[in-house]
Design a binder for this molecule. Structure first.
Ligand code: NDP
Length: 334
């Protein structure tokens, strides 16, 4: 349950876990609704944005006292909707609860189950994976041989951006917040180089070390000081895809960016984007990424927590970099 609007970084106490409380959920005839059993829930950084009263953005705030909602993978247990039948697996927005009554069924996608882990439908094959795909191919306008920098590179989005860029023939460097994550970037995801930004006193110097010729593409997941440092290291006609600003998201007074002049002097294109603007590409994304995955050309790392009661800590952990890979909560296996 979301308790109420917050300032600053989310805490576990901003949410309440009500175990053992029973609620009657019934699919009313004529409602078109579905009753689903939730299997996997996704923890995503954008959820912080839904915890403030005035959001003024693309998605409304959570309602205090109500069940938190987010992306999930669920099994249909009862349906009043001709498009879904009992037993179907679906992915889309659901509640952080064991069972949910879903009325907004138009946003749900059916999952054709094969040998791919079901939880990947909130990660590699879900919203974060699609963000990486649309952001890299559509916003970054990549060219073979480009020098690509990815921040929060071992996370749900970043790990796929880096791997897609490698498959495209780019030189790829990632930054992450621990040596364990740096090891994953270099030895699991195949990045050319990676560094722990928390061990760098001077981010500008770190980027100059890895990009002596400059950065052609910066896939920005964090904003703040890293964006500022990247701006001074961009190549002529470079591209910055502004995907997220997790370093600034919880600050009421972000420190500000100082190096924007580089956009002019180096004719850099900096573009914010939302994955939802590219949904027409979703079928092609699924086809491409499933094929890469099955051929062993890409891998995906998840950080799976067990049990609904672990969800608040898992969500809060995102803003401290505790997740290693895509943060998922397993509510039930089947
Ligand atoms: P991640 O799995 O990467 O998890 C968040 C990570 O952010 C943490 O693990 C941590 O990694 C890093 N982080 C947390 N706090 C800070 C901080 N203060 N400074 C720097 N890094 C921090 O999340 P996702 O891959 O799901 O999301 C990545 C970004 O993409 C987010 O900004 C998100 O909002 C954005 N996004 C945008 C979408 C769009 O349509 N534009 C859609 C989906 C996501 P580390 O330990 O490496 O610091």
């Amino acid at each position: 349950i979301f308790k109420g609007y917050i300032d600053g970084v989310p805490k576990e106490t901003d949410m309440e876990v009500k175990m053992g409380s029973e609620v009657e959920l019934e699919v009313v005839k004529g409602s078109g609704a579905l009753l689903v059993k939730n299997l996997y829930l996704s923890c995503d950084p954008y959820m912080r944005g839904r915890m403030r009263q005035f959001y003024g953005s693309y998605i409304p705030p959570f309602v205090p006292g109500s069940v938190i909602e987010g992306f999930g993978v669920s099994r249909v247990v009862d349906s009043d909707n001709p498009n879904f039948k009992t037993g179907d697996l679906v992915t889309g927005i659901t509640g952080w609860e064991e069972y949910s009554l879903i009325h907004k069924t138009e946003q749900l996608r059916k999952i054709q189950q094969d040998d791919i882990p079901l939880s990947y439908y909130v990660g590699l094959l879900g919203m974060p994976g699609f963000t990486a795909y649309a952001g890299f191919y559509e916003v970054c306008a990549p060219k073979k041989g480009d020098c690509v920098f990815v921040s929060a590179a071992s996370g749900a989005v970043g790990q796929l951006v880096g791997q897609l860029a490698k498959l495209y023939g780019c030189y790829v460097v990632g930054s992450a917040g621990s040596n364990q994550k740096v090891d994953l970037l270099k030895n699991k995801f195949g990045f050319d180089e990676a560094f722990n930004y928390k061990e760098e006193l001077d981010l500008d110097a770190a980027l100059k070390r890895y990009f002596p010729q400059g950065i052609d593409i910066y896939f920005d997941n964090v904003g703040g000081a890293m964006l500022d440092a990247a701006l001074t290291n961009m190549s002529l006609h470079g591209r910055i895809a502004v995907c997220g600003m997790v370093s600034e998201q919880s600050l009421s007074n972000p420190k500000g960016i100082h190096n924007l002049f580089n956009l002019i002097s180096k004719r850099v294109r900096m573009q914010g984007f939302l994955q939802s603007d590219y949904l027409h590409l979703y079928p092609r994304f699924l086809e491409d990424v499933i094929s890469y995955y099955k051929q062993g050309k890409i891998v995906y790392v998840e950080d799976m927590k067990d049990g609904l009661e672990s969800a608040p800590a898992a969500l809060v952990g995102l803003y401290a970099g505790k997740n290693v890979g895509k943060q998922v909560v397993c509510v039930a296996h089947e």
